[in-house]
Design a protein. Structure first.
Lengths: 215, 284
């Protein structure tokens, strides 16, 4: 069995309810997050040209500006970089396809944090061990879904079997900017890209909230 | 949030452990070639010094661990995780080198036992340097996952290690000038080759970026560090070479070679700090 997330990039408003619900449920402080919402921006606009000033067309501002949001947690990858490098086997993929660190084995070396291109694991300064999204496995045991999925007010998140998610959302892709190419770790993340993400793929952009997402 | 990757302790580890290992091998070769039993015993006694250099490096690396109490689980990843391979090689080397030093205190310690023991310890030492050099071969980190990484680590080890070995041989009053000259020559060649590789590495960074960052922006001081590495390296090698003159007093010999050792270790450490600043994953 495997586990994955679906994210509807066309719906997300960047409200960060998913992030806050996760923080609340997992009792995370300001210094830690299992899910983060990336604000991605780019494009430019042009002032009306002096030569055409006064005409109606000349007064219009040509704009290619875009902004979108990307809600990102651990993608419980098909080929996780974190489990590959973990020296103790603490970071592992369980029978349900969830990737999480076994705190009885973790030495807090930070090798997983170095290898993950999604910056999912981090060293918890209280536990002195690696910590990350575990797909809300305790809630799954109770027949509930991950808290981030259930909290999303616009139903931009889903969870489930990756094959079913892909079949349910035929237009989904596994990478939009600024994520790495899908073949880096084969993330179980399926994204319905917005027109803004399609534009970003052509012209590039940048993360606008680096400090907030602590990356 | 913190990555837990304490850069300085790892820079210290990758400076001291490979250099100490090469210094041990330098001492071991001198011991294997030594025909005078008294001189061989003096070298045996000082085998603890390069062992200690490696051990200090190993302890430095352990300080970045959040929960060292679980450390024995590290061996479960041997063959899969580069870090596990590195730790296994380090433990094997420290065991073989440390036990050799202690066993050499026996009144009757025949060469038929000592020499194979030393050869085994040297093989474990070479494995330690090799595993340390490959510990950063992680394909999601394009700035580290290149041939420059193992090459830089080997040349760093071969730059500082032989001169540290020479210092310990001076301490052991093992006055083979020709062997000392070979050690200094190895350091000089490693300095030249290492500086070339560092420069090539710096130039290669122009073509490395993820979706957010250019690799070269992570290490604005890399060029200065490479220049410092070259200058401190030259000064260190000159000090070591001057310590080879037979007419010098013992204090002057030790002071010169000790200064050379410090200069070369500093030269290596500066480039290791730059290496850890170069961490960059694919993506963002």
């Amino acid at each position: 069995m495997t586990f994955g997330f679906f994210f509807d990039n066309t719906r997300c408003t960047g409200c960060k309810t998913c992030e806050m619900a996760c923080k609340d449920y997992r009792d995370l402080g300001a210094e830690a997050m299992f899910r983060r919402v990336i604000d991605y921006e780019g494009g430019t606009w042009e002032r009306p040209g002096a030569a055409s000033a006064g005409t109606e067309a000349g007064m219009a501002v040509a704009t290619g500006v875009f902004a979108y949001h990307l809600s990102l947690a651990c993608n419980h990858c098909g080929d996780p970089a974190c489990t590959r490098v973990c020296p103790t086997g603490a970071m592992h993929k369980d029978d349900r396809g969830l990737v999480w660190p076994d705190e009885r084995k973790c030495i807090g070396c930070g090798y997983c944090t170095m290898a993950c291109p999604y910056h999912a694991p981090f060293i918890d300064q209280h536990l002195k061990k690696s910590s990350k999204c575990d797909g809300c496995r305790a809630r799954l045991d109770e027949g509930l879904g991950p808290v981030c999925v259930e909290a999303c007010p616009v139903r931009a998140l889903e969870w489930g079997d990756p094959a079913e998610l892909a079949a349910r959302h035929p237009g989904a892709v596994r990478s939009i900017l600024p994520l790495p190419p899908e073949d880096a770790t084969w993330p179980n993340l399926f994204i319905l890209p917005s027109p803004a993400a399609a534009l970003a793929a052509q012209v590039g952009g940048h993360i606008a909230n680096h400090q907030e997402i602590q990356v | 949030m913190t990555s837990g990757f304490d850069e300085f302790s790892l820079a210290l580890f990758t400076t001291l452990a490979p250099a100490g290992t090469i210094a041990f091998i330098a001492l071991a070769l001198a011991r294997l070639l030594e025909r005078d039993h008294e001189a061989a015993v003096r070298i045996d006694r000082l085998a603890a010094l390069p062992f200690s250099v490696v051990l200090v490096g190993f302890i430095a690396s352990a300080t970045h661990l959040g929960t060292p109490a679980n450390a024995l689980h590290v061996f479960s990843g041997v063959g899969r995780s580069p870090l596990s391979n590195e730790v296994l090689a380090a433990v094997a080397f420290l065991f073989l080198a440390g036990s050799y030093w202690m066993a050499a205190f026996k009144q009757h310690f025949p060469d038929s036992v000592a020499k194979p023991w030393l050869v085994l310890a040297c093989a474990a030492g070479a494995a330690l340097v090799a595993c340390t050099s490959l510990a950063y071969a992680v394909d999601t980190v394009p700035t580290w996952n290149t041939w420059y990484t193992p090459a830089n680590l080997w040349f760093s080890a071969l730059l500082a290690g032989p001169v540290i070995g020479l210092l310990f041989l001076h301490l052991a009053r093992s006055g083979r000038l020709r062997y000392g000259a070979v050690l200094v020559a190895v350091s000089i060649v490693a300095l030249a080759a290492g500086t070339v590789v560092l420069t090539l590495h710096q130039q290669s960074l122009a073509g490395v970026a993820n979706n957010e960052l250019a690799a070269s922006a992570l290490v604005p001081g890399y060029g200065t560090a490479i220049a410092f590495h070259a200058l401190a390296g030259i000064a260190g090698c000159v000090c070591a070479a001057l310590s080879l003159r037979s007419r010098r007093s013992r204090q002057a010999t030790l002071a010169l070679c000790g200064a050379g050792t410090l200069l070369l270790l500093t030269a290596v450490l500066v480039t290791r700090v730059e290496f850890y600043q170069l961490h960059l994953t694919v993506g963002f």
